[in-house]
Design a protein around this ligand. Structure first.
Ligand SMILES: [Zn+2]
Ligand SMILES: [Zn+2]
Length: 235
């Protein structure tokens, strides 16, 4: 399976990641990726950058990088209606948002609450990806999530870091299988991401690929295989 892009990764601006933007870009080039997306954590994550970080991406000049670069954010869902931690005018300055549930920013809710949080976030037009939706610390109704992803044209993530033995996200692999089965049934696309917090992990989708292979998931529903397929979700 072709794997041309990785759009979930963190630089030192996130506060608990260890490489610079330049190092992440170099790593993306070395892995022969055609496109990378930087997605530093939203302001509510302890130690992450403030909202002004997200308003000056024009200085980056990606045309000089030798690889396509998008500048996004992994925003925190902050309540069960799906609010996010980046306000206008900052939100409109970023290329895309990943919306995720994170322990420091929202309590572990019931299935109904967590599902409502994700569905609410999907209604925000800047949200193009739901980050690690298979995190069992936030159980959800996968049928509702998959159907809403189709309705709102949002990608569901197969997050390689979730399947690491040291990950604190519970039941991610078994939840991914449930989610992928439903995505197959309803024709919903997914994206493999590294969630790299250091340059060594840029483009590292090893575990995500394993999960996708185990699920016998159709390649045509994996947007990493085709830049145009991914960009169709950015419109
Ligand atoms: Zn996350
Ligand atoms: Zn992340």
């Amino acid at each position: 399976m072709k794997d041309l892009l990785d759009v979930h990764m963190h630089t030192i601006a996130s506060g608990h990641a260890y490489s610079t933007l330049r190092e992440m870009v170099t790593a993306g080039r070395q892995h022969n990726l055609e496109l990378i997306g930087i997605s530093d954590h939203g302001p509510l994550m302890p130690g992450s950058c403030g909202e002004f970080y997200f308003c000056n991406f024009k200085v980056i000049r990606p045309e000089k990088a030798g690889i396509e670069i998008l500048m996004g954010a992994e925003l925190n869902i902050t309540d069960f209606s799906g609010s996010l931690d980046l306000r206008e005018p900052f939100l409109s300055r970023i290329d895309y948002a990943i919306a995720s549930l994170h322990e420091p920013c929202i309590e572990n809710g019931s299935i109904e609450q967590n599902t409502a949080a994700i569905l609410g976030a999907m209604r925000n037009p800047k949200v193009k990806i739901i980050g690690h939706p298979d995190n069992g610390n936030y159980p959800v109704d996968y049928e509702a999530v998959v159907k809403a992803a189709k309705e709102h044209h949002v990608l569901l993530e197969v997050n390689s870091s979730s399947y690491h033995p040291d990950s604190n996200r519970r039941n991610s692999r078994s939840n991914a299988h449930i989610m992928l089965g439903l995505c197959k049934q309803y024709g919903v696309s997914v994206i493999m991401d590294s969630d790299a917090h250091i340059d060594l992990d840029v483009g590292n989708h090893t575990r995500a690929r394993q999960v996708i292979a185990e699920a016998d998931f159709p390649e045509k529903l994996v947007v990493n295989t085709d830049i145009a397929k991914f960009k169709d979700f950015l419109k």
